[in-house]
Unconditional design. Sequence first.
Length: 428
Amino acid sequence: MKRLNIAIIGLGNIGSHLFKYLNDNKKILADKNNCQPIVKYVSAKNKNRKRKIKIKKSQWLNNYLDATKLKDVDLIVELIGGSDGAAKKLVFNALKNKKHVVTANKALIAKYGDQLSRIAEKNKVNLEFEASVCGGVPIIRSLKEGLIANKISKIYGIFNGTSNYILSSMDNENKSFQEVLTKAKMLGYAESNPSADLNGDDVSSKLKILSSLCFNSFLNKDIYVEGIKDIDKTDIDNANKLGYKIKLLGFAELLNNKIYQRVHPTLIKKNSYVASIDGVLNAVIVEGKPVGQSIIQGEGAGPAATTSALVSDISSILRGNIKFPFSISSKKRKKIRFEKIDNRPFSAYLRFEVIDKPGVLSNITNIFSKNRVSIKRLVQNPDKNKKSSSIIIVTHNSKDKYLKKIIREISRKGFIKSKPKLIRIDNI
């Protein structure tokens, strides 16, 4: 039977889990793929760190870049992380030296995927990155293979388990943002520095990759990104009273021959499918012809889910298929213009914390009228003890630029007590 020699570079939780899985399941993988996976080498930043796996001395590479030069390495699994530095050096060198690459690195693919795919195609090797988007949810292989017959018009969903855990826990456990974040770190759902998860950058990287696959385009940076840091318990409670849930969603959609990419907190109807996805789960919804709507959900992160995706990619290479990294040749991928969301219409939730005095409400509604935004629903919650009032407005569909202009204008008013809120509403 044929053998495929593998070097795993990066031995954190995921790298160690993958090492153990490949060794424990060598026979079944060989039977299913007609090729035997052999973990030939490993390398990690800290060689002396205690790990729950047994590594032979002969397997260790002191210099991780040696994996790109050794003749007895066929496939390199990059699990270093980060868009630059060691990970970038490793993957570029590996592909240039005609080694197959499997990576879980969304930041690297989102930034350098176009260049890397050209090198892989030129050298007739595979660059696989299923594990870079939504962990154990097999969305990339679905887009490349299972849904290959479809013209896709929209892809959206929950692409980040940390933010989803925080928002759903604030709702279900009646706790503040900070309380839930502390618990998420303790449970290992959030990193010690969770900024990429909370500010939307993680979802943005994943969405760029998915957009490119859906629309056969090059990776595009025209993407509106907003995180969840400004969402508080009051917004969660207000959403519930209005019949909504708040989720951090990513969208790539084709509307009137224009493509929009956006990441932001979104109010969605309580009875919608996406509203029911709680905790660290991810869910991806694809709309296309002729299939209609397809939904895939599952664990978005963690060693087991990520190993599932990595082994899927490794198995594809074991079978000996050389494929284009982004489904079609780089020569045939398109430079598509992605639109900013300024002219896209949204219904929206706006919240203003104001000093409770005569004329404030009429002043606010006049600004809405002046900016051609019509009000669908208005709720006023006065607090006589604090001499303040919370004004919640739900609008009819209006251009995003007008909604943002209203927020800017009202923010400057003397009666405003705290930064106004704007959360878009999506009917999904």
